[in-house]
Design a protein around this ligand. Structure first.
Ligand SMILES: [Zn+2]
Length: 243
């Protein structure tokens, strides 16, 4: 019993560490095929013991041991967060296959949300791949073909919303990435749950927007929306019964 939770914890930490590497390389246009991890500041290759998720950050006190470069705290946060999330997904999943699908779903979403949060644009390739995986899983194991209708309807509705907003306001309110990620979330949660997720994400983003404009007095033009969809999906996952 405890073994599967230890497994989930370690898997989450490894994926968290992998995502950190991926986020850094994708945002800096660095090849993903250079095999070894390196310090972003002094560029030296890291030793194996500097690559252990969570532990290395603690041992090294968040610094490169040669040049003293401060490793961003979100590296550590990503690893710890995905470990804890992974344990929770294991707790919620009736079997290992369910765990795998839900774990990959949230890992991909986490990656897209972090990129959107930092750079206001994201890499949506995992959404295509992930949707395909989830749809296949639902076809094969639940004979659920209605999910294809759900996803198509969301894409259709959001595109009209985007076009409508553009005609009225003369600028984009909803990005392509938001629509793709919405379709991805719908493939996992289904149409009715997605409506709640979208509503919650919209309310949260409006609250944060108001906070920045009126309390922080910042002239905010736009907020990345994928992080809000992600947070709302996490909240929804606590309440739904699983896939
Ligand atoms: Zn260094």
């Amino acid at each position: 019993m405890i073994v599967k939770y230890i497994f989930a914890f370690i898997l989450g930490a490894i994926f968290g560490s992998f995502l950190n590497m991926l986020i850094y390389r994708v945002s800096h246009d660095i090849s993903l095929t250079i095999p070894r991890s390196f310090c972003p500041n002094c560029k030296r290759t890291l030793k194996w013991y500097e690559n252990i998720p969570i532990l290395s950050f603690l041992f090294l006190k968040g610094k490169c041991k040669v040049c003293g470069f401060k490793i961003p705290k979100y590296y550590f946060f990503n690893e710890v967060f995905l470990s804890l999330l992974s344990i929770f997904i294991m707790f919620k999943s009736p079997n290992f296959l369910d765990f795998t699908v839900a774990f990959l779903f949230f890992t991909f979403l986490h990656y897209m949300a972090v990129l959107d949060y930092f750079y206001m644009e994201t890499d949506i390739r995992p959404a295509y791949f992930g949707s395909l995986l989830i749809l296949l899983y639902k076809f094969l194991y639940f004979n659920d073909f209605s999910i294809l209708f759900d996803v198509s309807l969301i894409v259709f509705l959001l595109y009209y919303l985007k076009e409508g907003y553009f005609i009225i306001r003369g600028k984009d309110g909803l990005g392509e990435a938001d629509i793709t990620v919405s379709a991805y979330i719908t493939s996992f949660f289904g149409l009715s749950n997605y409506i709640y997720i979208l509503l919650l994400a919209s309310i949260l983003s409006v609250l944060v927007f108001i906070y920045y404009i009126f309390i922080k007095k910042k002239n905010l033009q736009k907020l990345p929306f994928v992080p809000f969809l992600y947070k709302s999906s996490l909240i929804a996952y606590v309440f739904v019964k699983g896939l």
